[in-house]
Design a protein around this ligand. Sequence first.
Ligand code: SF4
Ligand code: SF4
Ligand code: SF4
Length: 231
Amino acid sequence: MQANLKMFKNKTPGISRKVPSSCISASSEMLDQVLPQTQCQLCGYKGCMPYAQAIVTGKETINRCLPGGVETLFALAELTGQDATPYVAGMKQKAIPIQLAVIQEETCIGCTKCIHACPVDAIIGAAKQMHSILSDICTGCGLCLPPCPVDCIDLITLNKHFSKEEKHAKANRARLHYQERNMRLNQKQKIMGSHSKAAKISADEIKQAIDRVLHKRAHGIKRGQGYKITL
Ligand code: SF4
Ligand code: SF4
Ligand code: SF4
């Protein structure tokens, strides 16, 4: 996912044609309805709704949602009255399939960093304890991978066909979790200011945990053991 992000930042699929906001009659809510709600930020915005708002205000093109692929491209084109044709070839090349994150649970050191990165509350676990991913909530956004200090989270592509209805239901669920999380964080920020729970775990504790993992690995625990995936 990170490699895709770099590629995408360097080269937008197709030709970029921004359309003035005065030419778009659809609302950002209408556009958000056809976005996949992966909340991956690959479009260059903090989530699907900010991207929808950028299109509506004429600041952004309709071809930046790689998880949505061609299906979302056409839906955005229809809602905004634009021609998707110039973008289709590029989108076909760069579209990202539905993915899921998995934690190598025996390697996890319980630092909680991934929980704080997850935009839809798909990770459960407590400080210094093993963490798990709720596969029916995870959108496969990949945002939990970079903060993990022991590199024990992988993204896997789901070899399953999702119908339009299933994708819609998945997106609705993700939107709800994303909105609930944002509301909770806003409330928390108001109450506590900028102090985060993650700050309570010291760098020393993380270092000690990493040393424990390295010790375990040196004694034969293989990467990838212990996946539990239920769909
Ligand atoms: S799914 Fe990702 S790339 Fe698509 S609009 Fe949402 S945040 Fe942007
Ligand atoms: S668990 Fe990871 S990949 Fe899944 S939604 Fe949360 S941050 Fe994204
Ligand atoms: S960031 Fe990695 S090590 Fe830390 S709790 Fe999450 S999975 Fe475990």
